[in-house]
Design a protein around this ligand. Structure first.
Ligand SMILES: Cc1ncc(COP(=O)(O)O)c(C=O)c1O
Length: 434
């Protein structure tokens, strides 16, 4: 750790003093600030330098960023600024404002609750990484269900030394395990809770009733004195296939729940808008009782962290996304693609309910891209390898679970795929095959 804290960091810490957000900061988070360097001075000049603006490290010709003609031909509907200029560190302002509007539209219970403006990161991964840097320390507890996207381990446990405290995602009767979450948080005075719905790898989203219970539990923990950073990974947001599910992000509820709760929403274009390689994610923070100045201080820490790592995110991807979001018919087409995925879900649902629970028992699923089988009497890894021999790719999660991304398979091919999976599992459980 640095012996001397930067004066700007100290200023931001002072603004956050006395809040859960201030207490939740990691050592690195306390050190973090957004410098009054090139980026800040360029921003100032962009507004005021009406004669010559010789600030930014780009190259201009006739007042426009230089763009080579092969590129210009490929993106002929874009201005050079939209295509090749740097984006501001926190993202293109119009895109951030529009994403915020969409978050409020898709999560009506957020109402007018004050939040930071969504900040653009290099995909959701980079957003999760930035939040880990700012808030996760060695020795902190990261509470998560036992079925989680493996990259969390690398980002938070390996890089930050934070201890993962798992609890079984499902109860015996296949409901979200609220008691497990309760026990995992225990009586800690600080905890980071990471929830991802629709879940990777299971494709599970809690019912409204379960969501109420999760919210009530987290509020009770805060009331009992636990400072909670609650991170919602909403990568697969919007892909809900059954009724009675929580169709808003829990962020909307936790954003205004208790002074000890700092809620973080990580979402983006990746899965929701079918733009995986764009690398456009967003990070939005909120907490009851945080003033504008305190939210601004958090934004500045986040901007510092982005500046230190990726500096800023892809401009062309942000420009493309912004144009797409504003285009007519975008919402309709997105809804049509969601419907396509829902039909695949219904086909898979029919196949697995006809098969029942045998060697392969489907875990509860109702949303998202995936479903997963619990493998009984067969190793998931052996099953994966057997399927690979037949030219079929699936994901083994340890020895116990096999994840199938039905989002990648056309509806008409699903029966064949699933027959192959069940048949391979049956073959592996027959005597003499192992
Ligand atoms: C739960 C979850 N969060 C985040 C991501 C990563 O998103 P991005 O590609 O935008 O970094 C994934 C990708 O598989 C995911 O499954």
């Amino acid at each position: 750790m640095l012996a001397i804290m930067n004066a700007l960091a100290a200023e931001l810490n002072q603004v956050l003093d006395g809040t859960a957000a201030g207490r939740l900061l990691s050592d690195l988070g306390r050190q973090m600030y957004f410098p009054r360097g090139i980026v800040a001075q360029t921003t100032e000049a962009n507004q005021r330098a009406h004669r010559f603006n010789a600030t930014v490290g780009m190259a201009f010709e006739n007042g426009e960023p230089i763009m080579l003609s092969p590129l210009a031909e490929l993106v002929s509907t874009m201005t050079p600024t939209e295509a090749v200029a740097y984006a501001p560190t926190p993202g293109v302002p119009e895109l951030r404002a529009l994403w915020m509007e969409q978050i409020r539209r898709k999560n009506p219970s957020l109402g007018r609750t004050r939040t930071t403006l969504p900040m653009v990161t290099g995909g959701l991964t980079n957003g999760l990484f930035q939040i880990s840097e700012l808030f996760a320390d060695a020795g902190d507890a990261l509470v998560m269900p036992d079925l989680f996207w493996g990259n969390y381990r690398l980002m938070i446990e390996v890089r930050r030394g934070t201890q993962i405290v798992e609890f079984p995602l499902f109860t015996r009767d296949n409901r979200f395990n609220v008691d497990g979450l309760d026990r995992a948080i225990g009586r800690r005075s600080k905890a980071i809770v990471l929830l991802n719905f629709p879940n990777n790898p299971t494709g599970y989203t809690p019912t409204l009733e379960e969501a109420d219970a999760i919210e009530a539990l987290l509020v009770a923990k805060a009331e009992a004195g636990c400072d909670l950073l609650v991170v919602f990974d909403d990568a697969y947001f919007g892909l809900f296939y059954e009724s009675g599910l929580l169709e808003e992000s829990l962020f909307a509820r936790l954003a205004q729940a208790n002074d000890r709760i700092l809620a973080v929403k990580i979402d983006g274009a990746t899965k929701e808008d079918f733009a995986w390689g764009f690398r456009v994610g967003f990070v939005t923070l909120a907490g009851r009782g945080l003033s504008d100045a305190q939210l601004d201080a958090l934004e500045r820490k986040l901007m510092g962290s982005i500046r230190a790592t990726v500096s800023n995110s892809s401009r062309i991807a942000q420009s493309l996304l912004l144009k797409a979001l504003k285009s007519s018919g975008y919402d309709e087409e997105k809804a049509a693609k969601r419907e396509l995925l829902r039909r695949r879900y219904l086909t898979v649902r029919k196949i697995v309910s006809e098969r029942g629970d045998g060697t392969l028992a489907p875990l509860p699923f109702n949303s998202g891209y995936f479903m997963a089988f619990a493998c009984r009497r067969v190793s998931a890894e052996e099953l994966r390898l057997a399927l690979l021999e037949e030219g079929i790719g699936t994901i083994a999660i340890g020895e116990k679970y096999l994840r199938v991304a039905f989002s990648t398979i056309d509806e008409g091919d699903l029966p064949q795929l699933y027959s192959a999976v069940y048949d391979a599992a049956d073959r592996l459980t027959q005597p003499g095959t192992r």
